[in-house]
Design a protein around this ligand. Structure first.
Ligand code: IMP
Length: 499
């Protein structure tokens, strides 16, 4: 006979947190959201922790190199989407890894034989007023000079004037040597009143430019997530089909954490993939998605470093309608978290879990953490920001951004869903949609984080671990959900204006 779960499976909106005593030290500024992302032994530290419990979804419409840099700068991690060629995914990882906080690879470069007209054209195209002059016009060629707006006068100089005749030549430049730290670079910038400091290697090849404004930005991001070389920590999604080609390329590009991206991770394919990665590379790998104890234990025993939880709860997901598989996100998380704690209890190995999909309100994140998640993964949330890779459009009077599922015809990520069969028999498990445009990641994330920290204070918790231990969570009835919104008042925006 089939096994029946007699309790209905539940979603985040069916729960609320009940406050605990808020002590005087429970102030949002004392709350830390640092959280492990990979497994560790009792008493030891995890190899990677996040400074905020956020990851961005393995989706074309969400996680490219720009999102990876923006999110790592705020303390989280992006998993760059895998539904693209191995080469282009590895190139995205490489770009995000080579983006050194405050150190930028020069994007406007010319040779001394170019003319003032070329400088002006380039400035028009890129918007950059600092142009590096290198021997071959490349970003890493031998540095011969710099041109800024101070080096020419459009009203006086001929447009055919050679760059070599008006650039500030290398001999007159103040520059830093490779290996210089950001604060040393900043000292040079201040001492010499510069806007930009070139950094060159032992042969005077250009490595980076450091701009005064980038240093200020770096100072504003104390939570940024850096590796030992001060590069941002970057993740990437892989599948269970082409991992023998994809993983070596991603590792060579410098990826820190991999995740197997699948709508149903409780499979022998995932075990094979984990075993291949673990026996060939020293890189961390998460697996999933699962929604129960058995799935969790299977992937943990296969060697996964973290486990992703959730089937069918994603905003663009139609898996439950198409296939009738899945489980309410809260129920899935509660069961997997209990299995994780039990596993920790008898092995002393803590395996972090990630709640993936179905976060609609900011408080859902706090609930997910309280229910045992160590971090969350979100698609819709991040798709709304400037930093997501998709187009911003005006629909009616509102700005929106495009957002499509990995299981939609648009993404064609069949590796994520394929369980065998002919390619022609594939069916969609996701939709193509819009989400309301919300502005910059940093601003929105700041508000969300403040809300989470405030709620944690209500729950008397200064850390995620304390919240997981202390939280008191109640089910809500359908009628109390109505009570929770504004009710029995006439909202002003809908009211009739008087004469
Ligand atoms: P969201 O945060 O609710 O938008 O959910 C994002 C999550 O939905 C992703 O991390 C995936 O786990 C999942 N997902 C992405 N694309 C699809 C799809 O096309 N169908 C089903 N689930 C998807």
């Amino acid at each position: 006979m089939a096994h029946y779960y007699m309790e209905p499976s539940r979603t985040f909106s069916e729960f609320l947190l009940v406050p605990n005593l808020t002590t005087k030290e429970c102030n949002p500024s004392n709350v830390t959201l640092k959280t492990p992302i990979v497994k560790f032994k009792k008493g030891e530290k995890p190899a990677y922790s996040l400074n905020i419990p956020f990851s961005s979804a393995v989706m074309q419409a969400v996680s490219d190199e720009r999102m990876a840099v923006a999110l790592a700068r705020s303390g989280g991690i992006s998993f760059i989407f895998g539904s693209q060629s191995v080469e282009s995914q590895a190139a995205m990882v490489r770009k995000a890894k080579s983006y050194k906080a405050g150190f930028v690879v020069s994007r406007s470069n010319l040779m001394p034989t170019h003319t003032l007209r070329d400088v002006l054209d380039l400035k028009e195209r890129t918007g950059h007023s600092t142009v590096a002059i290198t021997s071959d016009g490349s970003a890493n060629g031998k540095l011969l000079g710099i041109v800024t707006g101070r080096d020419y006068r459009i009203s006086r100089d001929s447009l055919t004037k050679k760059v070599s005749d008006f650039m500030t030549p290398f001999e007159k430049l103040v520059y830093g040597k490779s290996g210089i730290t950001l604060s040393e670079a900043n000292d040079l910038i201040w001492d010499h009143k510069l806007n930009c400091l070139p950094v060159v290697d032992a042969d005077n090849n250009l490595d980076y430019l450091v701009f005064r404004k980038d240093y200020d930005e770096h100072k504003e991001n104390p939570s940024e997530l850096l590796d030992a070389n001060k590069s941002y920590v970057v993740g990437a999604g892989i599948n269970t089909k082409d991992y023998e080609e994809r993983v070596p390329a991603l590792v060579a590009a410098g990826v820190d954490v991999l995740v197997i991206d699948s709508s149903d991770g409780y499979s022998e394919w995932q075990k094979d993939t984990i075993e291949y990665v673990k026996s060939n590379f020293d890189v961390k790998i998460g697996a999933g998605n699962v929604v129960d104890r058995e799935g969790f234990l299977y992937l943990v025993e296969a060697g996964a470093d973290f486990i992703k939880v959730g089937i069918g709860g994603g905003s663009i997901c139609i898996t439950r309608e198409q296939k009738g598989i899945g489980r309410g996100q809260a129920s899935a998380l509660i069961e997997v978290a209990a299995a994780r704690d039990e596993y920790y209890g008898h092995t002393g190995i803590y395996v972090p879990i990630c709640s993936d999909g179905g976060i609609v309100h900011d408080y859902h994140i706090t609930l997910a953490l309280a229910m045992g998640a160590d971090f969350v993964m979100m698609g819709r949330y991040f798709a709304r920001f400037d930093e997501s890779p998709t187009r911003k459009l005006k629909v009616g009077n509102n700005f929106v951004k495009e957002f499509w599922g990995e299981g939609s015809n648009r993404a064609r990520n069949w590796e994520r869903y394929d369980t065998g069969g002919k390619a022609g028999l594939m069916f969609e498990e996701g939709v193509d949609s819009y989400v309301p445009y919300a502005g910059s990641l940093q601003e929105n994330l700041g508000k969300t984080i403040h809300k989470i920290k405030s709620t944690m204070c209500n729950c008397g918790s200064l850390t995620i671990a304390e919240l997981q231990k202390n939280a008191r969570i109640t089910l809500v009835s359908a009628t109390s959900i109505i009570e929770g919104g504004a009710h029995d008042v006439i909202l002003k925006e809908n009211s009739i204006t008087g004469e």
